[in-house]
Ligand binder design. Structure first.
Ligand code: NI
Length: 226
């Protein structure tokens, strides 16, 4: 499942983050690449301890914590601290798959990447090319979203970033481990939750809505790991 989550950050937050990121010290992006993806990666990244990265990371994580659509779809257990990349003209990131396991430097904890996300900081009009192309069982999907919007997709998907032919593309990307490891089960829970929300909106908390909420939580209890 590929999900577009609109306005994770407000326009004001995007402006503030852009200011911080524009003035930061960017480095060659191969610092976080695995050996296979290093060969196809040509972009710039912010070092982990860059103050701008730390400040923007905190803003993103706080916004995600309040985002109901994100929570419902990802059921996040652990989020690998968001990273930042920038592509100028001629830069791209060829087809690759993200590493399955990553260790967080601060805590030493491992994160299994069940889901990957890209949060855009550049508006689509600011650059040509630079589409995030994601391959799934239904074919190829091209993603290019408004600044402040995010796409969430299974980390098992092959994906690439098309070459930039004009302008600059800046984004944050992150991986997360879900409480629900299995993609199919996670998708079912998201659908069920979406319909329960709609039912409650239309009819209030009637007996059916309460019953289905019980089913949702019992499935979460059955399939989830914390
Ligand atoms: Ni990737």
């Amino acid at each position: 499942m590929l999900l577009h989550i609109p306005q994770v950050l407000t326009a004001e937050q995007v402006r503030h983050c852009r200011q911080l990121l524009d003035n930061a010290a960017w480095l060659d992006g191969r610092i976080t690449a695995g050996s296979q993806s290093a060969k196809v990666k040509n972009n710039e990244q912010l070092p982990n301890d860059e103050p701008a990265a730390e400040a923007v990371r905190a803003i993103i994580l706080a916004a995600l914590e309040k985002n109901e659509l994100f929570f419902s779809a990802a059921l996040p257990k652990r989020i690998f601290p968001p990273l930042f990349n920038r592509y100028g003209e001629g830069m791209s990131f060829g087809m690759h798959v993200d590493n399955a396991m990553r260790r967080m430097t601060l805590t030493g904890e491992w994160v299994r990447s069940d889901l990957s996300a890209t949060l855009f900081f550049s508006e689509p009009e600011e650059y040509d090319g630079g589409e995030l192309v994601i391959e799934d069982t239904y074919g190829l999907h091209e993603v290019k979203l408004a600044a402040g919007d995010m796409v969430l997709y299974p980390s098992s998907s092959l994906h690439r970033v098309e070459p930039i032919t004009r302008g600059q593309r800046m984004a944050s990307f992150m991986w997360m481990q879900s409480m629900i490891r299995d993609q199919g089960e996670r998708g079912l829970l998201f659908e069920l939750d979406t319909h329960i929300r709609q039912l409650r909106l239309e009819q209030g908390d009637n007996a059916t809505a309460i019953g289905l909420t019980g089913v949702y939580h019992n499935l979460l209890r059955k399939w989830g790991e914390i």
